[in-house]
Design a protein around this ligand. Structure first.
Ligand code: 5GP
Ligand code: ZN
Length: 109
């Protein structure tokens, strides 16, 4: 979608720190991380909410989120996915947050 920032990130029109890319999935670091290694995993298929995305476009997402959680978060992490303004969605392209919870505060921000 032309004016979607995450579609632009997928295309490389907006720079990002890419962590993973396949035919259907893209993962990159969040620009305002809640902890070190906070990643976003998105389908390349544009859709605003989870219910907008066809199942086959979602199949690989959880395996990628799991790998990133293990690689970045170790034993403690949150996986979050917001849908709609009342649910704190800001960017209107489906995304899963992978937020590591390190043992010690790392002084971000
Ligand atoms: P939401 O509240 O929609 O679930 O979260 C959107 C997330 O996207 C936020 O954590 C925000 O920091 C991140 N974000 C917004 N714009 C950009 C961007 O241009 N690049 C990157 N890497 N992350 C972004
Ligand atoms: Zn998009």
């Amino acid at each position: 979608m032309a004016d979607c920032i995450f579609c632009k990130i997928i295309k490389g029109a907006i720079p990002s720190f890419k962590l993973y890319e396949s035919e259907r999935v893209f993962a990159f670091l969040d620009i305002q991380p809640l902890s070190q290694g906070h990643a976003l995993v998105i389908p390349k298929h544009h859709g605003v909410k989870l219910t907008d995305i066809p199942d086959d476009q979602l199949e690989e997402l959880m395996p990628v989120a799991k790998k990133l959680a293990k690689a970045m978060g170790g034993d403690n992490y949150n996986i979050l996915q917001n849908n709609g303004r009342l649910a704190h969605q800001v960017v209107d392209h489906v995304h899963f947050h992978v937020i590591p919870k390190p043992d010690q505060e790392q002084g971000l921000g």
